[in-house]
Ligand binder design. Structure first.
Ligand SMILES: Cc1cc2nc3c(=O)[nH]c(=O)nc-3n(C[C@H](O)[C@H](O)[C@H](O)COP(=O)(O)OP(=O)(O)OC[C@H]3O[C@@H](n4cnc5c(N)ncnc54)[C@H](O)[C@@H]3O)c2cc1C
Length: 453
């Protein structure tokens, strides 16, 4: 251990931090905590990452990549002795407006990409709600999504090329042709390789956006509205849901005059370059809302009014944080047609845990829901929270859904993988893991569960 730390310091100087006052800061992500890493390497270049991985590989020492630690599945949290490589100093960002690409180091904050592209009339569509905080490296590792992903696709759809460092310290590049090596690394949560650079596709900013807002007496009506919108052949830019407990939490927090007796609210955007089409689409969304018996439908007349309508949905996370200090932010996906029964079943399960406030919100348009269990780590039983969360996840599996839409598996859902994923698939993933990382040093004890022979 000491020999490894000495070699790292000799090679990388004060980029290596091993004082406990420094390393303690690197134990957390947004949901979990673990032991402090033995040292943190504040990498600046791919070469720094390669040197660290080469030395750790020789010493068979675990390495945990870390972006902004906004993760919601414990992916960047140490689970034992490890060296952490942090990307906060890897922030080079270049925009090429002619090629419509951004070239980024992994520590670039997600929002910075669109901010830099805006002056060229371009933007980077994937929009996790954490985009002011998260890094593009973390987004690539989690294949992050967000409200706009319904129409525009997730992070992986925008990655044209990756530079990455393998577990033994080789710097490699891969584009998306041939066997899609870059595609394997996207969403692999730092378990296969360390991303050190990416070329991302940018898109022209849409010229027009319209917003509709609908209030439903029954959750099932909102589920039906989502199905009707799809049946009309529409693909809105965003289609987001809040259930009654989310509405009540926001109202308590913000005092916006939201209808706390309603069981659901849907907020929807249509966008594009042709004002007539964008208007026709939002009218058609409003008709679908009415056909599903919405008790109130509003169309924003101005961007300011639209921002006001979105304010409620954007406020759900902080509002829930106001009720209890901690939350298990689940991230399940169900087929759109199963939204209503799945939400009802989860609400039934929640009745068995009356001491944990429970709310559901999320990207209804693509069936990606965030059921949130609110708790207090200092008073509540984490095992009970875990049990509740697993029961909720089982609802998704029972309806033909999946365990994670965008937050990843990390360590939080690793224990559930054997139940949710066929053994052949897990074996295939392990074969890929062994091929990339024969000594198992890349972010161990994340995503992939141990398989009994
Ligand atoms: C309030 C809030 C809202 C959120 N909303 C969304 C949302 O709408 N959509 C969504 O998808 N997520 C959301 N998230 C979750 C989180 O922000 C995303 O998972 C994000 O992609 C994590 O980025 P990060 O830089 O914080 O990564 P970290 O948390 O630091 O790391 C996440 C994972 O990526 C790995 N990693 C980081 N950098 C690299 C690298 N360079 N190479 C290889 N592996 C690496 C880590 O090891 C870890 O496994 C939200 C989180 C919060 C707190």
């Amino acid at each position: 251990m000491k020999a490894l730390l000495d070699s790292l310091k000799k090679a990388l100087g004060d980029k290596v931090r091993d004082k406990i006052t420094d390393t303690l800061l690197y134990r957390y992500d947004a949901i979990a905590q673990g032991p402090a890493p033995l040292a943190v390497v504040l990498a600046e270049t791919a070469r720094d990452v390669a040197t660290t991985l080469e030395l750790c590989s020789a010493a068979k020492m675990a390495v945990v990549p870390r972006g902004a630690s906004s993760g919601l599945s414990g992916g960047a949290v140490p689970v034992g002795d490890c060296i952490m490589i942090a990307t906060n100093r890897m922030t080079r960002l270049e925009i090429d407006p002619i090629k419509r690409i951004a070239r980024v180091q992994p520590g670039v904050i997600t929002d910075a990409i669109s901010a830099a592209a805006k002056k060229h009339g371009l933007y980077y569509p994937p929009d996790p709600a954490s985009s002011r905080q998260s890094t593009i490296g973390g987004n690539i590792a989690e294949n992050a999504g967000g409200p706009q992903c319904l129409k525009k696709g997730v992070t992986g759809d925008y990655v044209l090329e990756l530079e990455f460092v393998t577990a033994d310290g080789q710097i490699q590049r891969a584009d998306r042709s041939g066997i899609d090596l870059a595609g394997m690394i996207i969403g692999s949560e730092g378990t296969l390789a360390f991303v050190t650079d990416a070329v991302l596709k940018l898109e022209p900013l849409p010229k027009y956006t319209r917003t509709a807002f609908a209030v439903f007496n029954e959750l099932g009506q909102a589920g039906r509205a989502v199905a009707l919108i799809t049946a009309r052949g529409l693909t809105p830019a965003k289609l987001e849901l809040m259930d009654q407990n989310s509405i009540r939490a926001v109202e308590q927090f913000m005092n916006m005059g939201l209808p706390t007796d309603a069981e659901a609210i849907l907020v929807c955007d249509t966008d594009g370059d042709d004002a007539d089409i964008v208007n026709l689409e939002i009218e058609s969304v409003a008709e679908a809302f009415r056909e599903a018996n919405a008790r109130e439908v509003r169309l924003a007349a101005s961007p300011e009014e639209a921002a006001q309508l979105w304010k409620a949905r954007r406020s759900v996370s902080p509002a829930l944080g106001n009720i209890r200090p901690h939350r298990f932010n689940e991230d399940i996906v169900v087929p759109r047609s199963k939204l209503e029964p799945a939400m009802r079943e989860m609400q039934e399960i929640a009745k068995h845990y009356p001491h944990f406030p429970f709310a559901i919100f999320g990207h209804a348009g693509d069936g990606n829901l965030h059921p949130n269990i609110l708790f207090d780590r200092t008073k509540d039983s984490i095992e009970e929270v875990d049990h509740f969360a697993h029961e909720v996840a089982r609802v998704a599996i029972a309806h033909g859904g999946v365990l994670s839409g965008e937050h990843g598996i990390g360590m939080m859902k690793r224990g559930f993988m054997t139940e949710a994923t066929p053994r052949e698939t897990l074996e295939a993933w392990w074969r890929i893991k062994h091929a990339f990382d024969p000594n198992g040093i890349m972010n161990p004890k994340k995503v992939l569960p141990e398989l009994q022979p």
